[in-house]
Design a protein around this ligand. Sequence first.
Ligand code: URA
Length: 293
Amino acid sequence: MTAASPITRSDLADLLAFYASAGVDDALEDAPVNRFAEAAPKPAERTPMAAAPARENVQQQPPSAPSRPDMSRLPDAPPARAPAGAATVPDEAQAALARQLAATASTLEQLRQHMAAFDGCNLKFTAKNLVFADGNPNADLMLVGEAPGRDEDLEGLPFVGRSGRLLDRMLAAIGLDRTSAYIANVIPWRPPGNRTPTPHETEICRPFIERQIELVNPKVLVNLGGPSAKTLLNTTEGILRLRGNWRVHTTASGTAIPAMPTLHPAYLLRTPAHKKLAWRDFLEVKAKLRALT
Ligand code: URA
C-alpha cells in the first residue's frame, strides 16, 4: 500500500465545489462541539454582528440612537442569558424576557434594538444577522413567513432568495410591492442548515413577532405557510385546510386583524400545481384590502 499523497489546494477546491453543488452551506467540524457548554460570548464581543441592522434600518436609525436597550432599567428583568452551562435548551425564563422586551418596545426601531440585544434564543449564535423586516411599516398589508434562509441571513432581510422572488411576483400580481407591503418572519434568525425551528425557539421568538404586528397594525395579515399560521392564529390545523379562509389575529391590546393563511412560496416552488390556490388567496387579500381602505 502506498502512503496517502498530500492534499493539494486543487483537491481542496474540488472538495469545496462538490460540497457547494450538494447544497452544503454550513461549515461543521469533524468532532461534535457542545456549543451550549461553552461560555456565552460577552455582550461586547457580539455587538457588531448582533446589532447589524437591516439595510432599511441603516437609513432609519439616527446616528446618536443607542444600539442596545438598557436591560438594567427593565422592571425585574431576568438575566439576558442563562449562565453558561446552566441550560442546554431555551427555557421559560428566556420566553419571559422576550415578552418583557417586546412589551417595552414602543416603536419598531426600539423593537429591533431589543431583539438585536436579546441573547435568549440559541439561533442567534449560529446566524449571521438579525432578519427584522423589509418593506413599508406604514403599509396596509403585512406578510409573515417562518424563518430566514441562507440568502436572508446573509443580507439581513426577509424573503430575498428564490422564494422571495416568487413572493415579489405574487405581490405584483395584486398590484403591490415592497413599498406597499411589510414583510417579517416568526423567527428572526436563520436556523442552522434551514432546519425547522423547535417549538421552544418559536415560543421564545413569538412575543417579538406579535409585538411587531401590533406596532405595524396592518389592515390585513397574510400568514405564509403553516408555521406562521399555526403560531399567529393559535391553531393546529394544517395549512392545506387553513388556506383560503379568513381568520383573525388578535393583538395583545385586543385589535382584531383579518388574517389570510396561504401557501409558503418555498412550497409553491416545489409544488407549482398549487400556485393557483395561492393566487386565489391573494385575490381574496386584494378584495379585503379594497374593502377596508
Ligand atoms: N422563508 C421564510 O419563511 N422566510 C424568509 O425570509 C425566507 C424564506
